[in-house]
Design a protein around this ligand. Structure first.
Ligand code: AHM
Ligand code: MG
Length: 311
């Protein structure tokens, strides 16, 4: 019975101030619309690329563009100061609000049309001076984080500093309902990493990956959000370390690494760059990259212990 699963709005209002509830509702609303678009993408000529190259030097998919517009509009809210999107070269100044919303409108672009993709949001406070000379921002300034996975079911994960909840989208009445309250990251069963990059890993990464993944089974989708959802629900560790072609890692701090790190720490797991929590890394540019090793605290600790050994 749907009535037995509390609706998103009532769960949010118990945990967050009204402006943060509005931001999270905006994210959930745009996610529901994007889910609809993804479901008909092959029928609406929405697969393939726009022919443009984005600020990350990656080909922009038509759906990257559409998703970006949807979240950009949904998050233009009175208490939002600025928006930072994976698809926008520069921050977008919105108003005199308190919050900076950083988002990846469509995570897992290489899976569009073939496998689940998602969206990621980080809500930062006190970020006004960020990126000006001498000012940095860290993931410790997050007050909320969320991500969606457009699979069956379509899932929305929302975190405050000490609680993580999972909501499923009900297409009948278009509500998000709490189906997995107070998620705790279970003991690792799976390791998610792109094993094809093994030859590019420095010796310490190779050693640490082997140490962290011993005894685990492999699962890797190419959509971080999907792999992280598995880590949260079934137990595991997700790893995207630095390598020879991406010496700083691939994933971006503000709208990928820190929101996921915040969620994982709130669920009792861990998220490190190898030496420290990703939430303690100073971020000085909007699209700064970093390594991410996240999931079950014990597996992340094994990575760390092997990583810090001096060669
Ligand atoms: P995107 O936001 O442009 O889709 O890039 C991020 C994605 C992650 O979802 C995923 O974990 C990773 O890139 C996959 O990269 P690779 O193909 O190098 O394994
Ligand atoms: Mg992404």
């Amino acid at each position: 019975m749907p009535e037995s699963y509390p609706e998103l709005a009532s769960v949010l209002s118990e945990q967050f101030p009204a402006p943060v509830c509005a931001i999270l509702q905006g994210f959930a609303g745009a996610s529901a619309s994007l889910r609809d678009l993804l479901a008909v993408a092959p029928l609406r000529d929405l697969l393939g690329s726009t022919g443009e190259i984005n600020v990350q030097d990656e080909a922009t998919a038509k759906l990257d563009d559409r998703a970006n517009e949807m979240f950009r509009e949904a998050l233009r809210l009175p208490d939002v100061a600025r928006l930072i999107s994976e698809e926008e070269p520069d921050p977008i100044e919105v108003g005199a609000g308190t919050y900076t919303c950083c988002f990846d409108p469509l995570d897992g672009s290489s899976n569009i049309g073939v496998a689940p993709v998602g969206s990621v949001l980080g809500v930062y406070t006190d970020a006004h001076g960020a990126f000006e000379a001498g000012y940095s921002i860290t993931g410790r300034q997050l007050v909320a984080a969320a991500f969606t996975v457009y699979g069956l079911p379509t899932m929305l994960i929302v975190a405050s500093p000490d609680r993580v909840d999972g909501f499923a989208f009900d297409p009948e009445d278009r509500t998000w309902r709490l189906v997995s309250p107070k998620i705790r990251a279970p003991q690792a069963q799976y390791a998610s990493i792109n094993w094809m990059y093994r030859d590019r890993w420095p010796a310490r990464v190779l050693r640490a990956v082997d140490h962290a993944s011993t005894g685990l089974r492999g699962r890797y989708s190419g959509s971080m959000v999907e792999d992280v959802l598995r880590v949260l629900m079934s137990g595991g560790v997700f790893l995207y370390p630095e390598d020879e072609t991406s010496p700083d890692g691939k994933l971006r701090m503000l709208y990928e690494i820190c929101p996921i790190g915040f969620i994982m720490e709130a669920a009792g797991g861990a998220a490190m760059d190898g030496t420290r929590s990703v939430l303690d890394v100073p971020i000085t540019t909007p699209h700064q990259r970093g390594p991410l090793i996240t999931g079950d605290g014990e597996a992340v600790r094994r990575y760390h212990q092997a990583y810090i050994v001096v060669d």
